[in-house]
Design a protein around this ligand. Structure first.
Ligand code: MLT
Length: 265
C-alpha cells in the first residue's frame, strides 16, 4: 500500500487486526525485511504496520534533509493517515531504533511500548561521521553497490555467513532495491543523529531490547547499556544471529517479540 505523507510517497504494509505494532527498518533495507514479523504479529492478533522510510523501497527521498526527526514525524503522520490514534508498539531495528528514539523525543504520547533491536543510543564518532559523508559521496557517484558490498559481510553474523547463504542473498536483494539518492541522504542523516543516551531514562513504556549475539555493528554490550539505562526493560540476546536477527533467525526473534507482546495484553 502507499500513501502521500507530508509531501512524499511512502509504501507500507498493514496486515491483521488488533492493537497496532509499527515496524521500522534498518539502513539500507526496507519494509521487506519485516515480512516474517508482519505475518507472525498479525497471526498473534495484532495489526502489523511496516513502513518504508522516505527514500527507501524505491520511493523518492523528498527535498528536506533526511533526519531521524523527519522520519519520526513521517511515522506519526502515517499513523494519522491510517486513523491510528491509540498509542502503538513501536519496533525499530538499528536505524529504525534511532527513529524510535526520535519518536520518544517528539511523539511520546503515541507510544505504548518499544522494541529496540540491534541499535544503539550513542551517536557516531567523528571518524564514523566522516566515513558516512565519504560513503554518501561515493554512492552518488558509483551507486548503492558501494554500500551493499561494504556492509553485507558485517550485517549478518558469522553463523549466517557460514550456514545460511539464502539469507545473505535475501539481504543483498532487499538492499539492492535502495536508490542512491535515498541512501546518500540517509547516510548524512545517520551521521548527524543526536546522542540518544539522555532519552533512555525518560522512557516510561514497556521496552524490549533485542540483539543478535554475533552483531558486530551494534554489539551486545551496547544492548546491555540500553537495558541498564531503560528502567524495567527486558533484554533478549539471540544466539547464532548478527545485526539482522529478524531475518537470520526469525523463529527466535519472533519468539522474543510475540512473547513481549503477550505481556502487554
Ligand atoms: C542499520 O542497520 O540501520 C545501520 O547499520 C545503522 C548504522 O549504520 O548505524
Amino acid at each position: 500500500m502507499e500513501a502521500t505523507v507530508r509531501g512524499v510517497r511512502l509504501a507500507y504494509d498493514d496486515v491483521g487486526q488488533g492493537p497496532p505494532v509499527v515496524l521500522v527498518h534498518a539502513f539500507p533495507l526496507n519494509k521487506a525485511m519485516w515480512r516474517r514479523q508482519v505475518a507472525a504479529v498479525a497471526e498473534a492478533g495484532w495489526r502489523a504496520v511496516a513502513v518504508d522510510l522516505r527514500g527507501f523501497g524505491g520511493w523518492e527521498a523528498g527535498n528536506e534533509p533526511f533526519t531521524m526527526d523527519l522520519c519520526a514525524d513521517d511515522v506519526a503522520a502515517l499513523l494519522d493517515h491510517l486513523g491510528i490514534q491509540e498509542p502503538v508498539v513501536l519496533a525499530g531495528l538499528s536505524m529504525g531504533g534511532y527513529v524510535a528514539f526520535a519518536c520518544v523525543r517528539r511523539h511520546p504520547h503515541r507510544l505504548r511500548a518499544l522494541v529496540l533491536a540491534d541499535t544503539r543510543a550513542e551517536p557516531d564518532t567523528e571518524e564514523g561521521r566522516a566515513s558516512r559523508y565519504d560513503q554518501a559521496r561515493r554512492v552518488e557517484q558509483e551507486g548503492v553497490g558501494v554500500v551493499v558490498e561494504a556492509m553485507l559481510p558485517r550485517l549478518v553474523g558469522e553463523t549466517t555467513r557460514a550456514r545460511r547463504p539464502e539469507v545473505v542473498a535475501e539481504v543483498r536483494e532487499i538492499m539492492a532495491a535502495a536508490r542512491p539518492e535515498g541512501v546518500a541522504a540517509a547516510l548524512r542523516g545517520l551521521a548527524e543523529r543526536p546522542d540518544s543516551r539522555p532519552v533512555l531514562a525518560k522512557i516510561d513504556v514497556p521496552t524490549l531490547i533485542v540483539v543478535g549475539e554475533e552483531d558486530v555493528i551494534t554489539p551486545p554490550a551496547l544492548a546491555e547499556a540500553m537495558h541498564t539505562g531503560i528502567k524495567g526493560s527486558r533484554l533478549a540476546v539471540i544466539p547464532g544471529a548478527g545485526h539482522l536477527p529478524n531475518l537470520e533467525t526469525p523463529d527466535a526473534f519472533n519468539g522474543a517479540l510475540i512473547g513481549f507482546l503477550e505481556t502487554l495484553r
